[in-house]
Design a protein. Structure first.
Length: 537
């Protein structure tokens, strides 16, 4: 999954199996026609994207939930439940940038048969802004909702908000979906309602079963307004570890491991019956620092930790060279990309910075300042062997400059749960963590780096607040031209690189391994399961 390399759409194919599958007469014995089994070694904590931001929740939601906008194979928006993308030219965006109008499709039904109308959109907006609900973020930009008729929704904004297209019910970037008012209006909050176990949506598939810790079963939605998808069923298989998923792929228990780590590339290439596809990614692996912890509040410590990290060697040795090492979080294929360079590995300079900041070695070992030892607890999701290897190398390199590292593992469902449910990432009982964020198509990083996005109000788990960066993020919302937004994102990232609230480990390159019998699967960079109508096996 390597005879030659050739471009096919947005993929770099790394094998000799056809990306378009094989004729029925040569179908593999392990292929079940029209049933696709997928996994990424994750375990969803919920099926409602209002309460979970992990990759499995987002990806399953792309297949099942209700969205105004989806994203095509070239990462461009296209209307889903909206009839058109709002622009200034078509009147969807007011001249002052303060009015956004969506016209909705008629005749659309929820997967339980109830009609979809603007009532659902207005209701969901109010759910998101209801402080009683444990939402990851609020629509604070909205001053007023108007519903001129059952198929028109108008948002009056407090300020211009140029990234509304991505944020207001788009399938991208772990956003909340539209909710069915007819099922949920009777509740004062939706935090613990049964709906969250098997949400009702308006996608090509609907949830049929959730066997917690084992699998999530989706079946074709015969009521989907675009028609019935070619696949009858998609099974998301919960596999406890990435090594176990490799074994499941080897024994053909799963048809697809999507977005797998480069650490597994050579072993998957050795398996028979799979196509491997490689494409640039919008995701980036990063080491986050909890700036609420005293040692990491010191910028000298963060700067030294980046200098002491040989990211290129780690990516080479653990990820088989898959990944782009750079200081910024900007995807190289994004329209807003700017090259902000890469900090060179320099442990001597790291030691000098810590010495100058008063972090002294005790007996030549671990550093200390005013009695506080430079010991860092790294919180990781369990069952990620490649991540464990990366962190082991990180710990080894950091120990050379007098930093002690301890690792704690947590189930992935707990790792990414909301703070109100004891989630680790959005809590405060960690110093460093390593996982991946996915950048969005518009360049809006405010939900993860904004001063007003500290948990539980948002996803700024590093608790970084930089006024220059905040000014750039705010400016982006008033700019509807891409050239202006690109300048805003560059200004934000310059502050990010300078302050080091996180170390970008590497911008990812997405790798997909899938059954050679799979046809017409062409994922984009931001929503790998948004365009599944013609996919079949």
């Amino acid at each position: 999954m390597r005879a030659r390399a050739a471009w096919c759409g947005i993929f770099l194919l790394l094998g000799c199996a056809s990306a378009y599958g094989t004729p029925a007469e040569s179908r593999a014995s392990w292929t079940t026609p029209h049933v696709l089994v997928i996994s990424d070694a994750g375990d969803p904590n919920t099926l409602n994207p209002h309460f979970g931001q992990s990759a499995p929740v987002a990806n399953l939601s792309e297949l099942t939930m209700a969205w105004l906008v989806r994203w095509d194979t070239h990462n461009r928006p296209y209307p889903e439940l909206a009839t058109q993308i709002p622009t200034r030219e078509n009147g969807g965006i007011g001249a002052d940038g303060l009015t956004i109008t969506y016209h909705l499709r008629k005749g659309v039904r929820w997967s339980d048969g109830a009609p979809f109308t603007a009532d659902d959109v207005a209701f969901t907006t109010n759910v998101i802004n209801n402080p009683a609900n444990n939402e990851a973020a609020r629509f604070t930009q909205i001053a007023k909702i108007e519903e001129p008729d059952k198929y028109t929704i108008v948002y009056r904004l407090k300020h211009p908000y140029s990234t509304f297209l991505e944020s207001f019910f788009s399938s991208c970037c772990a956003n909340p979906s539209i909710l069915p008012k007819h099922l949920l209006a009777k509740y004062s909050n939706i935090n613990h309602v049964r709906y969250n176990d098997l949400p009702v949506g308006i996608g090509p598939f609907r949830f049929a079963r959730w066997d917690r810790g084992k699998q999530v079963v989706l079946v074709a939605n015969p009521l989907y307004w675009r028609g019935r998808p070619k696949l009858n069923k998609i099974v998301y298989k919960v596999v406890p570890t990435r090594d176990a998923l490799l074994q499941a792929l080897s024994s053909h228990e799963v048809d697809m491991w999507y977005q797998f780590s480069g650490a597994y590339l050579r072993r998957i290439q050795a398996l028979s019956g799979y196509t491997i596809a490689r494409q640039p990614s919008y995701a980036y692996n990063h080491l986050d620092f909890n700036l609420a912890r005293p040692a990491l509040a010191d910028p000298a410590v963060r700067t030294a930790l980046r200098l002491a990290l040989d990211r290129k060697i780690i990516v080479r040795d653990v990820a088989n060279g898959i990944g782009i090492v750079q200081d910024s979080a900007l995807p190289v294929s994004a329209p807003y990309y700017s090259d902000l360079g890469t900090t060179a590995y320099d442990p001597a300079r790291a030691n000098a910075i810590l010495d100058g900041a008063g972090w002294n070695r005790i007996n030549g070992g671990i550093r200390s300042k005013r009695g506080a030892m430079l010991r860092l607890t790294v919180a990781l999701g369990a069952g990620q062997g490649d991540t464990d290897k990366e962190v082991a190398l990180v710990a080894e390199q950091w120990r050379r400059i007098g930093v002690d590292v301890r690792v704690r593992h947590y189930p992935s469902a707990l790792m990414f749960a909301p703070a109100a449910q004891g989630g680790i990432l959005y809590g405060n009982d960690w110093d460093v963590t390593l996982f991946a964020w996915a950048a969005d198509p518009m360049g809006d990083f405010s939900a993860i780096y904004g001063c007003d996005a500290f948990p539980p109000a948002g996803q700024n788990n590093v608790r970084w607040c930089n006024r220059g960066a905040q000014h750039a993020m705010d400016a982006l919302f008033a700019h509807y031209r891409q050239s202006e937004r690109t300048a805003d994102v560059r200004a934000l990232m310059q502050q990010f690189v300078h302050d080091v609230p996180s170390i970008v480990f590497a911008v990812r390159e997405d790798l997909f391994a899938y059954n050679r019998d799979l046809k017409n699967y062409h994922p984009n960079n931001v929503t790998p399961f948004d365009n599944m109508m013609d996919v079949d096996i």
